[in-house]
Design a protein around this ligand. Structure first.
Ligand code: ADP
Ligand code: MG
Length: 581
């Protein structure tokens, strides 16, 4: 028997319900509004009263309307067909809809139940299996999609039967497993998992071992993110957060991409709808969408759905990670999610924390970030979730609670700066304040030693110092005037500009410059450091400025040319001539 209740109070989409029977936190319920069922989630239980947040507009709802509790939490349907789908936070399939927005109370199937998938068994009769073990495989696009023992299964099971190779829909029983008590359970290609609980279907969660290449120089070389690592991009509106995230999505070395677009402007989401399906994957030449799942909510959808969307996206990543795949999770912007938490907490009249955010904001963010990571599966293979979220602090204030809490949780910090964006220095990642803590990890340092170059991190630090020194010189020149400082100040300043213009800046909209593989990054950094090591003798600061401007010009042309092509080599020769003259 399901618990039922009655609406007792309504504040926007926060509804209080009096009920009779057992109700737990995060349980779902339906509120009956005429013929429409509104889905809601319990966020607080107090005696026989529950506060529930409705995932829809509550217009027309009144006291006394009836409520039915579902006895389960918000779950993700996990199975073949997730990739290339576009969902909202409740996993309604938006592509099956006529418009982007669903009607109130309209919920759609997440997965296609008719489509046939070519199944290949991986387990054999008599095998002993536990949750998340691989029973079989289907091809989803070109990715091997493992059909796993459902994550909810506890204890050991024996494979009683397994379907032979063939084409089946997701509801077909592909295996029968016998549990320790001798009971048989049927397994299909779909399983469900509550989005707010982390999937712990792995043996071990070691420290990250390698870098995830993104093709973006200011990330890969200056502040690399580890595979299974976490990073975040704070920046005021219009500084390039979305462009940077899309560049990472297009180029990042990952098998599966999950984009959670939660609550930025509505037209941005429409852009994702039209733009993403067109994108070509530079690694395979196929449509990027084939290995992408998009979860989106715009700011005009109710707040509760925004909160759900980041959890939905993470759960889908955890599912693919359990198949031994490398997932890249991008959330844009997590501030909107935090605002959703704030709205709810304020409506519940909870004791507010800083800036009226809930007091446990830090813990909520930290718990979420900790679900990313590299894992070793029970079969010894590994999988990873690399997570990068954007934060849009109001007024660009990096001291606000969401930025501060995220900074504690994420290991890479890519601070976008209004000033740099105004000067069109894209990506506008601040070269001095940004960091990657992975550059301090011994595992990562030796990985870079082996895959890029021995002593690579020292070179990166040298380049960072040159940039930092150049900015200090710029301040001095500003105060004392061009003629008031020694020539060496000008030289140091222009050397930092050289690194800034020729290395840190990168055109996300140029076919060649947008994607810079690590080999090319190494070549360019070596070239730039060579130039910086050179001591030039300038007569006056104008000569210095002129010289470096010309050099920057050539270096930028190089960035727009095919690596080591004739044109590229020509520019290189022009540079050599300049240095030696
Ligand atoms: P945000 O998401 O922070 O509000 P966007 O990512 O939408 O900002 O970027 C705003 C604009 O900045 C873009 O439309 C683009 O014109 C410019 N821009 C950002 N990054 C780059 C880049 N790497 N190369 C060229 N232009 C860029
Ligand atoms: Mg944006």
């Amino acid at each position: 028997m399901r618990t039922t209740g009655k609406v007792n109070g309504i504040v926007s989409n926060l509804v209080t319900v009096t009920f009779d029977g057992p109700v737990s936190e995060n349980e779902l319920c339906y509120i009956k509004l005429g013929d429409t069922l509104l889905l809601a989630e319990v966020i607080k239980v107090n005696g026989n009263k529950a506060s529930v947040q409705v995932f829809e507009s509550t217009r027309g709802l009144k006291n006394g309307d009836s409520v039915e509790f579902l006895g389960r939490m918000l779950e993700a349907s996990l199975g073949p067909g997730l990739l290339s789908s576009i969902y909202d936070g409740l996993q309604n399939n938006l592509k099956t809809m006529t418009g982007v927005f669903l009607k109130r109370g309209e919920y759609t199937e997440a997965l296609d139940h008719e489509k046939l998938w070519d199944f290949t068994p991986l387990a054999s009769v008599g095998d002993r299996v536990i949750a998340a073990d691989w029973l079989g495989e289907v091809k989803e696009g070109w990715l091997p999609h493992k059909i796993m023992v459902p994550f909810k299964f506890r204890g050991e099971y024996t494979v009683k039967s397994i379907a032979p190779a063939g084409a089946y829909n997701i509801d077909h029983t592909i295996a029968v497993l016998t549990d320790e008590a001798g009971e048989d359970v049927e397994v299909t290609m779909v399983q469900k998992w509550p989005v707010k609980l982390a999937v712990k279907a792995y043996k071990d969660k070691p420290r990250p071992q390698k870098i995830m290449e993104t093709g973006v120089r200011v990330i890969d070389t200056f502040n690399p993110i580890a595979e299974g690592g976490t990073g975040f991009i704070p920046g005021p509106f219009g500084c390039g957060k979305t462009v940077l995230q899309h560049a990472i999505a297009k180029q990042g070395e990952a098998d599966v991409i999950v984009m959670a677009a939660c609550g930025e402007r509505a037209n941005e989401v429409v852009e994702i709808f039209t733009e993403f399906p067109e994108l070509i994957d530079p690694h395979t030449g196929r449509h990027l969408m084939e290995r992408t799942c998009i979860i989106c909510n715009t700011s005009n959808m109710p707040v509760a759905a925004r909160e759900a969307s980041v959890y939905m996206a993470m759960t889908i990543c955890e599912y693919y990670r359990a198949m031994g795949l490398r997932c890249l999770l991008l959330a844009d912007s997590t501030s909107r999610w935090a605002q959703a938490l704030r709205e709810m907490s304020n409506r519940m009249e909870e004791l507010p924390g800083q800036d009226a955010f809930p007091v446990d904001l830090s813990a909520i963010i930290a718990t979420f970030y900790s679900r990313a990571g590299m894992v070793v599966l029970n079969n010894g293979r590994s999988g990873a979730i690399t997570f990068i979220g954007t934060v849009s602090p109001s007024g660009g204030n990096l001291k606000e609670p969401v930025t501060e809490s995220t900074k504690k949780a994420a290991r890479c910090f890519y601070a976008l700066e209004q000033n740099r964006a105004d000067q069109k220095r894209y990506p506008s990642v601040n070269p001095i304040d940004s960091y990657s803590k992975y550059l301090e990890y011994p595992e990562i340092i030796s990985y870079l030693d082996e895959t890029v170059e021995r002593g690579w991190v020292d070179k990166v630090m040298e380049a960072k110092n040159l940039v930092r020194r150049g900015k200090e010189m710029a301040d001095q020149i500003n105060i004392l005037g061009d003629d008031g400082v020694p020539m060496s100040y000008h030289e140091a300043f222009w050397k930092s500009e050289l690194i800034d213009f020729a290395f840190l800046q990168q055109d996300a909209f140029d076919a060649i410059d947008a994607l810079c593989p690590i080999e090319r990054q190494r070549y360019m950094l070596d070239l730039l450091l060579d130039i910086c090591h050179h001591k030039f003798e300038f007569e006056n600061f104008e000569e210095c400025r002129h010289f470096f401007k010309e050099m920057i010009n050539i270096l930028r042309q190089m960035n727009y040319s095919e690596f080591k092509s004739e044109k590229f080599n020509d520019y290189q020769q022009q540079l050599n001539k300049m240095i030696n003259s």
